[in-house]
Design a binder for this molecule. Structure first.
Ligand code: PEP
Ligand code: MG
Length: 905
């Protein structure tokens, strides 16, 4: 045998998990740094692959195994197959990737009629001996000989019935002796052969069985499900480990522990143990284990050894460990260790404390925490103890959980919200005119739209829970109800939505509050010191700017100005502007909007000073500010009816010569009808088949320059006011939907004109920047030209993804995208995770071309992907300067930006 297939724990390379499997590598490593691990050896994954290939064990393998068993005999002073001091071993599977419970393990191997007597003599406990024996026959019979478990179980149940006991512990040595005998019969009857007495035959069968379990259905399904590729794990190793027993008396025990509290991260002894028991007893819940602190009284010497073991494990692995141990006759053995899985709070706390204790570096502390895990700490979550099944499911559009009474329109949300009632706004889809309803609600549920739909984006910006596109729900806003299968939800019914999973539940489910701990603040401060990418927030109002600041945003990367129009007092002015018959009328409406926008900008600049604020000029198509055609038609029908009844009432009053005191007059109703009819005509006039590819963005600014002119003036006047008050303002004006430099030049002329007016009027020099969104494919291909005018670029990856894929961002996510990811056609939803292979190529090209003509060009990203860790990694790679995301994702992005920098090294 030329290749080395077998490695003792003293020989194996503890870092080579691919060759030795995770468990085997760790056993080697623990042995080599001086922990008391029961002696053993590993048969490598290469042997497994060879076995799969040739359907036989590699030539010479069994001879080598015999030599290594010989070494075990020397180390332990026991004999494999010997009646005097028998050596028993466990045969355990273990591949490079953990696949819990998917492959097989056999314990107590080496027992036969003779060695059993030796074990009984050695332990002085007949019951213990027969218990180990019957367990071995069953496990070996099932795994290595293919005997159905049910046959053993039936025989065992029979024995318990005859003995009149319910639990295994009630059986005495005689019963277990009888069980062993019956089990041997089961094997003989099922296989037609006696149970193998020769211990090396047992070992050979066991090794083959473990190798076979690698290609068993359970393991193959698991690898497919968790996308474990051969590059990640190829074949299982076999670990042959000397058995140690925690159940040979009161100086024996078995236990499991974490090196720190996995719930809080606190640096304390954590775990449970059982005296005179086997590991299986702890797992099976046959006896209730005791908290490890009790060991301090019960076995003080061993407790001290356990503390020492824990310190050594953490000191060596520089990571919290989840470990298993056994105490046999007063000697502590470590059987297994692996990195401990902890919740987000515990990860953060232990990272900060392990750095302070000198155990890990700051870089390690930052790299340990998965940024996505922070999500748990930033939003209320559903109490994990709840048992409710969901009523419906939609897209997890904005994380967090919320309960409240259903309302079906924004006005009702405000009315109930003001009276202190918690409400959930339920809509087919939301529009800018619903915005007051968002503020008044705990969360938003829609039956249409994707993760970049209006509802999703607005809710994320506000940090409110949102489930979008729950297509199983039929919302009837007019009837103030919704149907989900047979269930009808009416206004006032309580529901709970979980924006982290997309689930919708009937009734109220308790939620758990988020906490922004001191440790998290510290970790994020370290992240900011490390990262080179800046993290900005998408925020549109003074309130959301304040929230962004609390989350540690270093500026505002996207202020969507249209959001400022969405206020009950402002929207009518915007509608007036849209309905204007001519420029004069439109200008009159814009003159009313200018001071409103200016005051908002001033407040936002002041809140964020001295950090940058990027203000985007109007982007959405105009029809978004008007009700839908349907809604207007419905309202007009109702108003016509109402007009008839008012006419009837007026006629009756006239006939009876009565006044119509306080009632609405015919003329007033007619005026409302006329206005609604005007709106309806406008809505029909504005109709576009593809509004997202239509009259929006800079196209609006070119067709209605007075609108952009008003916004530009409002921004520059706000800058001037701040400068005069000594507020260090860093304003940036950004143009959306650009495809050519001529568009930018057109808008820049408007900017220049306002700038000159204000500067000469106030005698000051305005300081601001002018830049372009890059969210069309053409903008990417013309970036060099755009960068001659633009001082900065911001990738609008929501629109850029839509354009690159030809997927409607409103519809794709609840029509075909889930199927695409399920079938592995696309690995991720590109509206969530930046599509590096397609959209990323366009971005890289735009950065390179832009910097060629303008080396100082600042580049950012403000699409939803800007808050996603993998996307942030890519942004770092292509030299982007900042990412901008919704405020609650800012902490996640801060940590991800630091990790992106560290990984670059
Ligand atoms: C984008 O397209 O990525 C973007 C940020 O703009 P919006 O979502 O407002 O179109
Ligand atoms: Mg866009």
């Amino acid at each position: 045998m030329s290749k080395q297939y077998v490695f003792s724990f003293e020989e194996g390379d503890g870092k080579n998990k691919h060759l030795l499997g995770g468990k085997g590598a760790n056993l080697c490593e623990m042995t080599q740094f001086g922990l008391n691990v029961p002696p053993g050896f590993v048969i490598s994954t290469e042997a497994c692959l060879e076995y799969q290939d040739i359907h036989a064990l590699p030539a010479g393998l069994l001879d080598t195994v015999r030599q290594y068993v010989g070494q075990l005999e020397q180390k332990t002073g026991k004999g494999f197959g010997s009646a005097a001091g028998p050596l028993l071993v466990s045969v355990r599977s273990g591949s490079a990737m953990s696949m819990p419970g998917m492959m097989d393990t056999i314990l107590n191997l080496g027992l036969n009629q003779e060695t059993l007597q030796g074990l009984i003599t050695q332990s002085g406990d007949e019951r213990f001996g027969y218990d180990a024996y019957r367990r071995f026959i069953q496990l070996f019979g099932k795994i290595a000989l293919g005997v159905p478990d049910a046959l053993f179980d039936a025989a065992f149940e029979d024995i318990k019935r005859q003995a009149g006991v319910k639990a295994d512990v009630g059986l005495n040595a005689e019963h277990l002796k009888e069980a062993s005998r019956r089990f041997l019969d089961v094997v003989r009857e099922h296989t037609g052969k006696p149970f193998p007495e020769d211990v090396y035959t047992q070992l050979e069968y066991a090794v083959k069985a473990v190798f076979d379990s690698w290609s068993g259905k359970r393991a193959m399904d698991y690898r497919r499900e968790f996308r474990i590729t051969p590059a990640m794990a190829n074949g299982t190793a076999v670990n042959i480990v000397t058995m140690v027993f925690g159940n040979m008396g009161n100086d024996c025990a078995t236990g499991v522990g974490f090196t720190r509290n996995p719930g809080t991260g606190e640096n304390e002894m954590f775990g449970e143990y059982l005296v005179n028991a086997q590991g299986e007893d702890v797992v099976a819940g046959i006896r209730t284990p005791k908290p490890v602190l009790e060991m301090q009284q019960e076995m003080p010497g061993l407790y001290r050894q356990l503390v020492e073991l824990r310190d050594k494990l953490e000191g060596h692995y520089q990571e919290v460990q989840d470990y298993e141990y056994t105490i046999e006759k007063g000697v502590l053995y470590c059987l297994q260790t692996r990195n401990g899985k902890m919740n987000a709070a515990a990860m953060v706390r232990s990272s900060v404390e392990m750095f302070r204790e000198g155990l890990i570096s700051k870089e390690q502390a930052l790299l340990r925490v998965n940024p996505d895990q922070l999500e748990q700490l930033l939003h209320p979550g559903l109490d994990p103890k709840h048992k409710q099944t969901p009523l419906a499911q939609g897209l997890p559009a904005s994380p967090g959980a919320a309960s409240g009474r259903c309302v079906f329109d924004a006005d009702q949300a405000v009315i109930l919200g003001r009276s202190g009632t918690k409400v959930i706004l339920v809509r087919e889809e939301t529009k800018p005119e619903d915005i007051h309803g968002f503020f008044a609600s705990e969360g938003v549920l829609t039956s249409r739209g994707g993760k970049t739909s209006h509802a999703a984006v607005v809710a994320r910006g506000m940090g409110k829970a949102c489930v979008a596109g729950a297509e199983g729900i039929q919302v009837d806003a007019r009837a103030r109800s919704a149907k989900i299968g047979d269930v009808v939800l009416r206004e006032g019914d309580i529901i709970t939505i979980d924006g982290s999973s997309g689930n919708v539940y009937l009734g109220e489910i308790p939620t758990i509050k988020p906490e922004f701990s001191q440790e998290l603040r510290t970790l994020l401060d370290w992240a900011d010191e490390t990262a080179t990418l800046k993290v900005m927030a998408n925020a549109d109002t003074p309130d959301t700017a304040r929230v962004a600041q609390e989350y540690g945003a270093m500026g505002i990367g996207l202020c969507r100005t249209e959001r400022m129009f969405n206020d009950v007092e402002r929207l009518p002015i915007v509608v007036e502007m849209i309905l204007a018959h001519n420029l004069e009328e439109r200008q009159a409406a814009l003159d009313k909007l200018l001071p409103i926008q200016r005051e908002d900008f001033k407040e936002i600049f002041a809140i964020m000073a001295p950090r940058p604020v990027t203000v985007r000029l109007l982007d959405p198509p105009m029809h978004e500010f008007l009700p839908s055609e349907h809604q207007l038609e419905d309202e007009l029908r109702a108003l016509e009816q109402y007009l008839l009844s008012v006419r009837g009432r007026t006629a009756a009053c006239n006939a009876m010569r009565l006044d119509n005191p306080g009632g609405i007059t015919e003329d007033q109703v007619a005026a409302i009808i006329a206005r609604k009819n005007r709106m309806l005509r406008k809505v029909r006039e504005l109709y576009e088949v593809n509004p997202m590819l239509g009259h929006r963005g800079v196209r609006l600014g070119i067709t209605y320059p007075e609108i952009y002119d008003m916004q530009i003036r409002a921004i520059l006047e706000a800058v001037a006011d701040c400068q005069q008050q000594g507020i260090p303002v860093l304003a940036e004006i950004m143009v959306p939907q650009v495809i050519t430099s001529q568009e930018l030049e057109f808008i820049y002329r408007l900017v220049n004109k306002s700038q000159q007016d204000i500067e000469s009027r106030l005698g000051l020099k305005l300081s601001f920047k002018f830049g372009s969104m890059v969210e069309t494919v053409r903008a990417c291909t013309r970036a060099g030209e755009l960068a001659k005018i633009a001082e900065f670029f911001s990738f609008g990856t929501n629109d850029l993804t839509q354009a690159a894929f030809s997927f409607s961002r409103e519809d794709a996510e609840n029509k075909f995208l889930p199927l695409y990811t399920d079938h592995g056609i696309l690995q991720d939803n590109p509206f969530e995770v930046l599509d590096v292979k397609g959209v990323g190529v366009l971005m890289r090209m735009a950065v390179e071309q832009g910097r060629e003509t303008n080396p100082g060009l600042k580049v950012g990203i403000c699409g939803e992907q800007g808050g996603h860790p993998a996307s942030i990694n890519f942004c770092q790679k292509i030299g982007i300067n900042y990412v901008s995301c919704s405020a609650p994702r800012v902490p996640i992005a801060r940590l991800a930006a630091a990790q992106a920098k560290l990984k670059e090294k």
